[in-house]
Write a protein that binds this ligand. Structure first.
Ligand SMILES: Nc1ncnc2c1ncn2[C@@H]1O[C@H](COP(=O)(O)OP(=O)(O)OP(=O)(O)O)[C@@H](O)[C@H]1O
Length: 260
């Protein structure tokens, strides 16, 4: 497999409305991408397609070497880790954290098959490695937002995915919980067998330097796609947002963006 994703002239229409217009975009192996776009730009729609929850109306889409139309979607889902607050609403909140992490092995909500002690040990180890040992055995429902995100990341890693999608993972996190979570993302990105990472965020400061590529999406169209250093600049982002913005360099090669 040479490519993680390949969109070829993909459009998505819902009712009378074209939500994504002629998207052509390739994610190569070993690249990590951040996706920026204002509300309604089409980011969630794009992610849903990658996850096999939505199909292109026109165009060709290949995910992890499988061409849509030929690929087995439930099998594909087990190779994609998915972290999103939207997923939180679907989980069985009173299940223990251990069970929720383990369910990631099957990419299901809940567990419907026999599991082994080794698999359970693996689930616990994953959460421990991410700094969540103190959460083990607790019901998911009682966790804070930051703790829940950590559990979702462990769940997503359970099946050793080739692609890990982080859909606004810092939503609802306080300042310190956000840094903690980003540190964990960094850890994952720097492992030699790291999955390809795809981050959707509204805030450039969450785009760690490990995200070496950026996709700028506006009103369902790719405005720019390329190297982080070329795109996270004041002039490119002012053009993209169609507003004058100020860009501030932060420690650790991160940047913050403000209107004005
Ligand atoms: N099933 C649908 N039917 C009609 N319109 C839809 C449907 N799904 C999404 N849309 C519209 O498509 C546009 C893109 O939606 P999407 O949720 O992908 O945007 P987004 O970039 O994820 O936004 P946000 O940052 O607010 O989450 C929105 O205007 C939305 O109202």
């Amino acid at each position: 497999m040479h490519k993680i994703l390949e969109f070829q002239d993909v459009s998505v229409t819902r009712g009378q409305r074209e939500i994504l217009h002629h998207i052509s975009w390739t994610v190569a192996v070993k690249q990590n991408w951040a996706i920026l776009g204002l509300n309604g730009a089409g980011k969630t729609t794009l992610l849903k397609m990658i996850h096999g929850d939505l199909w292109p109306t026109t165009g060709q889409l290949e995910v992890l070497g499988g061409q849509f139309g030929h690929v087995n979607i439930p099998e594909l889902k087990t190779r994609i880790g998915w972290v999103s607050t939207a997923l939180q609403d679907q989980l069985h909140a009173w299940e223990s954290v251990d069970q929720i992490v383990l369910s990631g092995k099957f990419a299901t909500i809940g567990i419907y098959q026999e599991t082994t002690a080794a698999e359970m040990a693996q689930a616990r180890q994953l959460l421990t490695d991410l700094g969540g040992a103190k959460l083990l055995g607790k019901p998911y429902a009682v966790l804070s937002q930051g703790e829940r995100q950590l559990v979702l990341i462990a769940r997503a890693l359970m099946a050793h995915p080739a692609l890990l999608i982080l859909d606004e993972p810092c939503n609802g996190l306080d300042l310190f919980a956000r840094e903690e979570l980003l540190t964990r993302v960094r850890q994952i990105a720097q492992q030699p067998d790291s999955p390809a990472l795809l981050l959707v965020s509204h805030y450039t400061e969450e785009i760690l330097p490990d995200f070496d590529h950026v996709l700028l999406l506006r009103k369902g169209q790719v405005i720019r796609a390329g190297q982080r250093a070329d795109l996270l600049t004041q002039s490119v982002l002012s053009d993209f947002y169609q507003h004058q913005i100020q860009l501030q360099d932060l420690a650790g090669e991160r940047v913050a963006v403000y209107p004005g």
